[in-house]
Design a protein around this ligand. Structure first.
Ligand SMILES: NC(=O)c1ccc[n+]([C@@H]2O[C@H](COP(=O)([O-])OP(=O)(O)OC[C@H]3O[C@@H](n4cnc5c(N)ncnc54)[C@H](OP(=O)(O)O)[C@@H]3O)[C@@H](O)[C@H]2O)c1
Length: 330
């Protein structure tokens, strides 16, 4: 089968179209013919992991080391990128009960990656379920990672109906899903991103948008019950004044200092820092599919590239100009 392979870390051109062996499903696995894969920040980072120092890494140092060991120190160990996919079940192992050949599915492979290929194998207990009936493969491939992570983290942020939420990083994979989920849970949502993403964030249903290149949301006098910072680009000290007295400052990307702040604020009353790791379950993906089918979550594809132009897709993702999801079609 054809796959986009990289054998050294570096710029987008390290991504090469190659012929590799088609995987064979185990007894409890399904072989999936991939139709679409989304490009996410994790692909960009994994492609050049040797440049990600503990300082640049978006998580505490104790998580950098295992990540670096998993992805490889001087050369990549995982040679095919791509986590979010949609496709069709081609064949199943003898013990598979939940899936059958011909089923349209979508799913998420997490750090195992490997979806930038014509075929992949998924355990039937993994994050793979029937695709939403009202989405194309391309639209569906744009959903799982962002929606699963946003759903898990919003639950940890204890969002309640009628609350005011600010999402710092609302045009990205997690932020765009968090925005739609927060609207579904009955919140009033302000989305923050840079100029190219403003229209996209509005189209997803934000009540208000703020361009972080023009306005500092911590200085506009507004207060929020929940500030969800996706990339950790703000700080708790700056955001305190923008939180209601019992407001939560939720981080998708956090450092060791944030963990100390979380510990400290859990011991004191008032505003809280919440750092959490998402732990996705297949039933979360089923719930997300139901929300998609009910029209509560949509995905807006900005650009699509054929698999062989993966390098071009990475360049566009990194340009900062994207206004929605970037998809590879297989
Ligand atoms: N806790 C967990 O379990 C977990 C799981 C997965 C990922 N993560 C973390 O989530 C992060 C990736 O999120 P993602 O996939 O949504 O990334 P993404 O798709 O690249 O989106 C990043 C978002 O951040 C915005 N942004 C960039 N610089 C900003 C700034 N200075 N101020 C405000 N917003 C800014 C971007 O807006 P513009 O494009 O307009 O600049 C965009 O909306 C990573 O740090 C990763 O470590 C955490």
């Amino acid at each position: 089968m054809k796959a986009i392979v990289y054998t050294e870390y570096g710029p987008p051109d390290v991504l090469q179209l190659k012929e590799v062996e088609t995987p064979v499903p185990g007894d409890r696995e399904a072989l999936i013919r991939v139709h679409a894969v989304s490009v996410n920040i994790g692909d960009i980072w994994a492609r050049n992991f040797k440049e990600i120092s503990p300082r640049k890494f978006s998580m505490p140092f104790p998580l950098w080391l295992p990540a670096r060991m998993m992805f490889g120190f001087s050369k990549p160990k995982i040679n095919v990128l791509g986590s979010d996919f949609a496709g069709e079940v081609e064949a199943v192992g003898k013990d598979v009960q939940r899936l059958k050949p011909g089923d349209p599915v979508f799913g998420y492979r997490g750090p195992a990656m490997g979806a930038n290929a014509e075929y992949l194998c998924m355990s039937e207990d993994g994050l793979v379920v029937l695709k939403p009936g009202n989405m194309t493969y391309e639209q569906a491939a744009a959903v799982p990672y962002g929606a699963l992570t946003a759903l898990n983290l919003l639950r940890k942020g204890n969002l309640q109906r009628g609350q005011k939420v600010l999402i710092n990083g609302a045009s990205g994979a997690i932020g765009s899903a968090a925005l739609q989920l927060a609207k579904y849970f009955g919140a009033d949502v302000t989305g923050v991103c840079s100029t190219p993403g403003l229209e996209y964030v509005k189209a997803l249903g934000a009540d208000r948008v703020i361009d972080y290149t023009k306005e500092d949301f911590t200085r506009n006098g507004e207060t929020y019950d929940l500030i969800f910072d996706i990339m950790g680009r703000s700080s708790f000290s700056r955001c305190k004044g923008s939180l209601t007295p019992n407001g939560r400052y939720l981080l998708a990307s956090f450092k060791t200092t944030h963990l100390f702040q979380m510990l400290w604020t859990s011991l004191t009353g008032g505003r809280k820092v919440v750092c959490a790791l998402s732990s996705e379950r297949p039933q979360d993906l089923v719930f997300i599919r139901e929300l998609v089918e009910a029209g509560k979550i949509k995905s807006i594809v900005d650009r699509r590239y054929p698999l062989e132009q993966a390098a071009e897709a990475h360049r566009y993702f990194e340009s900062g100009d994207k206004k929605g999801k970037v998809i590879l079609t297989v």
